[in-house]
Write a protein that binds this ligand. Structure first.
Ligand code: AMP
Length: 210
């Protein structure tokens, strides 16, 4: 099954994608994670993407389309995949279609902006393993330290309030039109992402299996 997860930054795409990936045994492909990894290893692509990412802007289409082309060519995508954070613009969706990639379903996780702002401004992530936490709703056992790997918890640069608002504006203008794009292809399923992680997982899985 070839799936896309749509939704604003902070709607919970990453968490949902990880669960689907495990249950359906298909890889989760997150362009955000691939770019952050490239940045950590200091590759040219990572350095090019850094200024866009830090400012909460989208990385240029040709860069992310190149990343996805390479990643989808991997053997582990043969039985399906779940795209998390791609496509984010109409040209990116068109590029997938032009590559001949058949998408079976697009799950759109809907969360109002006020909730997104609260979630993202309180989000902290482990510097080492990437595990997410929240200053109010998902605290670590020891303040500032990851429960799993004892890495330090940090705030992503793009989770600062002005950048969050910028990312939301870009989401509404550039990414939200993808809902109509996939609705027109008869592939869109909308899921309410305001509940707890488990509630949203149940709704997402039902949409995947429908
Ligand atoms: P994410 O972790 O999915 O929120 O992505 C973090 C940042 O990576 C975004 O704010 C963009 O700067 C960049 N990025 C990730 N995926 C894409 C994409 N499909 N198109 C453009 N930029 C992207």
């Amino acid at each position: 099954m070839n799936l896309i997860l749509l939704g604003a930054p902070g709607a919970g795409k990453g968490t949902q994608a990880a669960v689907i990936s495990e249950r359906l045994n298909i890889p989760q492909i997150s362009t955000g994670n691939i770019i952050r990894e490239a940045l950590r290893s200091g590759t040219e692509m990572g350095l090019k993407a850094k200024s866009f990412m830090d400012a909460g802007q989208l990385v240029p289409d040709e860069v992310v389309i190149g990343i996805i082309k390479d990643r989808l060519a991997n053997d582990d995508c043969e039985n399906g995949f779940i795209l998390d954070g791609f496509p984010r613009t109409i040209p990116q969706a068109e590029a997938l279609d032009e590559m001949g990639v058949v998408i079976n379903k697009v799950i759109d996780i809907e969360v109002p902006d006020e909730i997104i702002i609260n979630r993202l401004s309180g989000r902290r992530v482990c510097e080492k393993c990437g595990r997410p936490y929240h200053t109010e709703s998902l605290k670590p056992k020891v303040d500032g330290i990851c429960d799993d790997c004892t890495g330090a918890l940090i705030q992503r640069k793009d989770d600062q309030i002005d950048t969050i608002k910028n990312r939301l504006n870009i989401y509404h203008s550039e990414t939200e039109p993808l809902k109509d794009y996939y609705e027109a292809q008869g592939k869109l399923a909308v899921v309410d992402g305001q509940g707890t992680v488990d509630e949203t997982i149940a709704l997402t899985m039902a949409a995947v299996e429908a």
